[in-house]
Design a protein around this ligand. Sequence first.
Ligand SMILES: Nc1ncnc2c1ncn2[C@@H]1O[C@H](COP(=O)(O)OP(=O)(O)OP(=O)(O)O)[C@@H](O)[C@H]1O
Length: 351
Amino acid sequence: MSLEFAIKGRAGTLSVEASGKLPDNGVTVLFGPSGTGKSTLLRMLAGLHACEGMIRFDDEAWQDEPAKTVLPVWQRPLGMLLQHPTLFHHLSVRGNIQYVQKRRGKGVNLEAIIEETRIGHLLDRAVHKLSGGEAQRVALARALVGNPELLLLDEPLSAVDLPHRESLLAMIQRVAQKVPVLYVTHSLDELLLLADQVWLMDQGRLTAQGPVTTALVSLTGPLAQRSDASSMLSGVCGSFDEADHLQTVLVDGAAFMVPLAQAKPEGALVRLRIAARDVSLCRVQPMQSSILNIHPVTVQEVTPTGAGQHLVKLALHSQTLLARLSSRSVRELNIMVGESLFAQVKAAALV
Ligand SMILES: Nc1ncnc2c1ncn2[C@@H]1O[C@H](COP(=O)(O)OP(=O)(O)OP(=O)(O)O)[C@@H](O)[C@H]1O
C-alpha cells in the first residue's frame, strides 16, 4: 500500500509544492520549522485542502489532474488525526467511535484499541468535556477503528502526557508495521523513536527525503545543526549486568554499555541515541578512562558549524556517529578526513 503524489497549492501567501512516495509501511516523519506547510501538505493529501496535481494510493487515483478526478475524503481509506482533533461534538466519545466503526470498522479489535489508547473511562463523556490530551487519544482511537490503510498524523501527541505517550507511541509503531504512517512532529525524541524515513520541509518544499539515520547526520541539514543533534545506532541487546545496571548493546559487533533500570531480552533490536556533544575524539586509545564506551572510528567529514564549533561525521563499522567539537580541538588535533581515531562516548541511551 503506497501513496504517491506530485501536488501544488497555496496556504495564504505560502506556495506548497511537493512530490514523493511513502514507503509501503513504517513511519515517515515530516519535520520542519513552524509555518512551513506541513499541516497543509497533510490536508492536501487527505483531500481537505484544495490542490492541483496527482495523488495515487496503490492503483487508485485519489486525484488525477488531467481527468480532474477527486475522490471524496470519506472514500479514501485513511485514518487521520489533525492538529486540532475534529470530533463530532453532538456525539459522545462512544458515539464518535461507533460512527466510524459502523462504516469502516469491520473485524477491528475495538477492545484492544480502547485499552491501548486508555479511553475506556471516557466512553460516555461528551466530547466538549474532554481535555486536549484526552481528545487526541479519542481521535487516534477513532482513526484506528476505521481499519485505515494509511495513517496521517499531525502532532498526535502534542497534548498527551508522558504516561499515555509511551503506550500510544508503541501502538503507532505496531500499526506502522502494516500500514504507512505520515507523522508530523516537532519533537526530536518522537522522531528518534518512530522514524524510519524523514521528510524535511522548508518554506513549502520537501528539501530532503531519506532514512532517518542519514537525515540525522547530514552535516548541512537542519537536524545536525540543532544544539541537541544526535546520531542513532541500531543494535542488538546482549547481556545485562544486574549489579551495575548496564545493558550491553552490540552495534555491528562493537559493545556499548548502556545504563538501564531493567534488562532487555537478549537479541532484542534497539535504537541507541548518542548526542553529538557527548562524543569526543582521541588520537590514541585512552587507558584507565571513566568513559565506558570507547571505539575505533574513521573520520568521514569535518565541517564548521558556527560559534567556534565543528561537526565531525565518523564511521563506526557500517554506522555513523556524530561528534560536536570545539574548533580549537579540531585544529590542534589536526583532524582530517580518512583518519582512524578513537571515539569516547560519554552517554548513550536507548530511545
Ligand atoms: N487556510 C489558510 N488560509 C490562509 N493561510 C493559511 C491557511 N492554512 C495555513 N495557512 C498559513 O500557511 C502557512 C503554513 O501553515 P501550516 O499549518 O501548513 O504550517 P506547519 O508547518 O504545519 O506549521 P506548525 O508546525 O506551526 O503547525 C502558515 O503561515 C499559515 O498561517
